[in-house]
Design a protein around this ligand. Structure first.
Ligand code: ASP
Length: 306
């Protein structure tokens, strides 16, 4: 029997509903998700690896200004963009991550370089970008990341003295999970973090086991939401562990762990892919920008619940 490939992507979870999100934004977001999904699916369709597929999908979402990753990343309190990303290969549980980079056009590419070309798993700040330059990973002027809408959001947060987790903020982190034709899974996540973040704050996205995890023995996971809660719950690893050690199904493991995040007071969601080719979504927010496609003909692009 031929192994079925599959891929899922997300562009963040949040409070958006069909009543609150402008129709033009719905159309634009769905088009961007479909484009990113296809960037990865094209690789899987021609027999490529899950790792290459999730990287390609996340690069597409990083370059899309609508989402909070790469171009269009949120601003820190001091008006800079500091980006975090991670990638993991379920074959041998190899992983790479970067935190607080400010000049790397596609942080997920740098995370992959860390995984494949350094002896380390995670690099941060100036050191990560020194490594990027040494390995020819594209660097850009910080202006590349800045958009007027994100600037407006920072001013609004300051003017209204909003907290980082205020209910009307949406999490626009991006991610991808995939299973390839050989039955291997991979995950990648990329983010600008939270609007107005300070003090070198790092969320769950680049933390292996929190916002990103891939294990061929269980599944691949990419998360979005209130990062501090996802770190405390070790969400991505916890989902994989429940499948591997407690026999949970993909959906049941994700639902149970997201319910526990909710019980701690956190909100957000996850996308998942299993070595059998199944994909799943779980989130406790009104919406999550998401899409998936597989070799069996499933094709879904959605934002709202239901
Ligand atoms: N999880 C991200 C963080 O806390 C935010 C997001 O999902 O948009 O950095």
């Amino acid at each position: 029997m031929t192994q079925q490939w599959s891929i899922a992507v997300h562009g963040g979870a949040g409070t958006m509903t069909a009543a609150t999100l402008a129709p033009a934004l719905v159309v634009a977001a769905e088009a961007a998700l479909a484009l990113a999904l296809e960037a990865g699916a094209a690789i899987l369709r021609r027999g490529g690896s899950a790792l290459d597929a999730v990287e390609a999908s996340v690069v597409s979402l990083e370059d899309e200004p609508l989402f909070n990753a790469g171009r269009g990343a949120v601003f820190t309190y001091h008006g800079t963009n500091e980006l975090d990303a991670a990638i993991m290969d379920g074959r041998g549980r190899t992983a790479g991550a970067v935190a607080g980079v400010a000049h790397t056009r596609n942080p997920v590419r740098l995370a992959r370089a860390v995984m494949e070309r350094s002896p380390h798993v995670m690099l941060s700040g100036a050191g990560a970008e020194e490594f990027a330059r040494e390995h020819g990973v594209e660097q850009v002027d910080p202006d590349w990341f800045a958009t007027p809408e994100r600037w407006r959001q920072l001013q609004e947060l300051k003017a209204r003295k909003l907290g980082w987790f205020d209910a009307d903020l949406k999490y626009g982190t991006v991610g991808a999970v995939a299973c390839d034709g050989a039955g291997h899974v991979a995950a990648a996540t990329s983010t600008g973090g939270l609007t107005g973040k300070r003090w070198g704050r790092i969320g769950d996205s680049p933390l292996i086991g929190a916002g990103t995890y891939a294990d061929d023995r269980a599944c691949a996971v990419s998360a979005t939401g209130a990062g501090e809660y996802f770190i405390r719950e070790a969400v991505a690893h916890e989902i994989a562990a429940r499948m591997r050690l407690a026999g949970f199904s993909l959906q049941d493991a994700a639902d149970a762990v997201i319910a526990e995040v909710g019980a701690l007071g956190g909100d957000g969601g996850v996308i998942l892919a299993a070595p059998g080719g199944q994909t799943a979504f779980a989130f406790n927010t009104p919406g999550m920008y998401r899409a998936r496609v597989d070799a069996a003909g499933l094709h879904e692009v959605a934002i709202f619940r239901g």
